[in-house]
Design a protein around this ligand. Structure first.
Ligand SMILES: CC(C)(COP(=O)([O-])OP(=O)([O-])OC[C@H]1O[C@@H](n2cnc3c(N)ncnc32)[C@H](O)[C@@H]1OP(=O)([O-])[O-])[C@@H](O)C(=O)NCCC(=O)NCCSC(=O)C[C@@](C)(O)CC(=O)[O-]
Length: 349
């Protein structure tokens, strides 16, 4: 039933249902059932908070996420503190957080200056006898000129040129590079976005050396058919489904539907944030990322594995929401916390 409706959904997209997406559908019940969760709360989740979150809270967040079984934690960003003051302490965070073998800790890098700062930290003698805090950066561009200008003060072409140099140097220094494209299905300044343009940019990011491209519905306006159209355009441009990730914000409550649709279509990497924290400073009105708790709950129910302890994720989401004075916006998280409280009360009787 599910597979039938997905097939219909994909086929509806301009009649261009592609073989890679169909292959993704064929795996729904089976073999490739591990979905990698990229936990973005320490960066995307916190970057938009007006009050500066103490460094120790950020470090505790990363460390607790490790205990929950997360294998990729976006630890912060090396962007201009004039643009995003909340991320100014990323150098401290990555030097104080626990480093667990097998876990990746990508950090956002927008330009040569950000990479210089990261490389100087990584070249410190203090790592001579222990594992370096990260072996991965994330670079970012966008599918519209207005958003690229607002977010990184340049045109798309200039941003790709700049990022190509950053990528080359990062790889020369044994750093893996993940790419982001923002506003793939709707822009706060320009409205509708051409999916083909997203496909071309995704291809350019792969060609410059990114191992993965995360498709960002930054504004949280996309619906499942629109995300499938973006996926389809990327595949048509020559980008394998395996190299794509879904990064969905939940502004219109479509985040989980979008993520599940992308996973059912073959995508195996999903970005999410405990407590549904998040928002982009240059996407007015956009709310947080889709919450990790709902994503993990739904994926586990559908038979996928994530390696994440759902109860632990719910506790972290609840704690960090309280710690920064926000309501916990994860429905699944709140439900799990309430259930656990009830069980504890029952046990006392
Ligand atoms: C790209 C720039 C730097 C251009 O900004 P600019 O103003 O054009 O840069 P500039 O080169 O003219 O430098 C201006 C000042 O910033 C400093 N500077 C310059 N670069 C750095 C750096 N790396 N680290 C520290 N300082 C830096 C530089 O030294 C200078 O300082 P001054 O001389 O005036 O004292 C700026 O636009 C920027 O930092 N943008 C980042 C904005 C950002 O972080 N946005 C959120 C992340 S993206 C996102 O959330 C979307 C995503 C990824 O989640 C996916 C999705 O949901 O869509």
């Amino acid at each position: 039933m599910l597979r039938q409706s997905l097939r219909r959904l994909v086929a509806d997209q301009r009649g261009t249902a592609c073989s890679q997406i169909r292959r993704g559908l064929a795996t729904v019940a089976g073999q490739r059932n591990f979905v990698k969760i990229v936990e973005v709360s320490p960066r995307d989740g916190l970057q938009n908070e007006k009050a500066i979150v103490p460094t120790e809270t950020k470090v505790k967040l990363v460390n607790w996420l490790l205990k929950a079984g997360v294998s990729v934690v976006e630890a912060g960003s090396f962007v201009s503190p004039k643009w995003v003051p909340q991320m100014a302490d990323t150098p401290q965070v990555i030097q104080e957080m626990q480093i667990k073998s097998g876990v990746s800790y990508p950090v956002l890098v927008p330009n040569a200056k950000g990479l210089d700062t990261l490389l100087s930290i990584l070249s410190s003698d203090s790592w001579a006898t222990r594992q370096k805090p990260t072996d991965e950066i994330a670079i970012f561009t966008a599918a519209t000129e207005s958003f690229t200008k607002a977010n990184t003060n340049c045109t798309i072409a200039e941003s790709l040129e700049r990022l190509s140099q950053v990528t080359q140097r990062a790889r020369d220094n044994q750093l893996k590079v993940r790419g982001y494209i923002s506003v793939v299905a709707g822009c706060p300044y320009e409205g509708a976005v051409d999916a083909k343009r997203v496909g071309q940019i995704a291809k350019e990011l792969l060609q410059m050396g990114c191992y993965e491209v995360s498709l960002g519905d930054t504004v949280g306006v996309a619906t499942p058919p629109e995300m499938i159209a973006v996926l389809d355009a990327c595949v048509q441009a020559g980008v394998p489904v395996d190299a794509l990730a879904a990064h969905c914000h939940d502004t219109f409550g479509m985040g989980l539907a979008n993520v599940l649709t992308m996973v059912r279509a073959g995508v195996r990497t999903v970005d999410s944030s405990v407590g549904g924290l998040g928002g982009c400073p240059y996407s007015p009105g956009a709310t947080g990322n889709i919450d990790t708790e709902s994503v993990v709950y739904a994926l586990h129910k559908e038979g996928y594995e994530t390696g994440i302890d759902l109860s632990e994720a719910a506790r972290i989401g609840d704690w960090i929401s309280n710690a920064i004075g926000r309501l916990n916006s994860s429905n699944a998280g709140r439900a799990i916390i309430a259930r656990e409280r009830l069980q504890k009360e029952k046990a006392k009787l």
